[in-house]
Design a protein around this ligand. Structure first.
Ligand SMILES: N=c1c2ncn([C@@H]3O[C@H](COP(=O)(O)OP(=O)(O)OP(=O)(O)O)[C@@H](O)[C@H]3O)c2ncn1[C@@H]1O[C@H](COP(=O)(O)O)[C@@H](O)[C@H]1O
Length: 107
């Protein structure tokens, strides 16, 4: 099992728990707006770190963002496997990448 799947499963377990000292439980208690705010903040921090050309810091910020996106997925009832399936489809394993890119943003 890869680390994203392990992280997803741990976060999923936290959803129904009240665990002392768990930041994930704290986020679920705070609710959707807080989780969305954290995703936005972490995204901005990725941009700033990358813009500054600091790769070590950018890796840390990307990891923070992936964690918060995982919390968002669980909060919204989105299965990680659905995201993986969509990425697979775009990558041409089960779908057609060209067709995906043909979508006209103006329509
Ligand atoms: N990957 C992470 C992870 N990444 C970041 N964080 C936490 O995210 C928080 C973000 O820090 P910030 O400085 O942005 O925010 P803050 O000021 O502390 O908090 P806010 O007031 O903004 O909410 C920190 O407390 C980090 O510890 C994480 N917390 C947990 N995990 C994973 O989640 C699993 C479950 O952890 P618990 O929630 O602690 O049970 C762990 O095993 C980890 O794998």
């Amino acid at each position: 099992m890869d680390i994203l799947q392990q992280l997803y499963e741990t976060v999923l377990e936290r959803k129904g728990e009240k665990r002392e000292g768990s930041y994930t439980c704290y986020l679920f208690e705070q609710g959707t707006d807080k989780i969305l705010k954290k995703c936005g903040e972490e995204c901005s921090e990725v941009i700033i770190a990358a813009k500054n050309g600091k790769n070590e810091e950018t890796v840390l910020e990307i990891s923070d963002l992936l964690y918060h996106l995982t919390v968002l997925m669980v909060n919204e009832g989105i299965d990680l496997k659905d995201v993986e399936a969509e990425l697979d489809r775009r990558h041409g394993k089960t779908g057609n990448l060209k067709t995906f890119h043909k979508v006209d943003k103006n329509t």
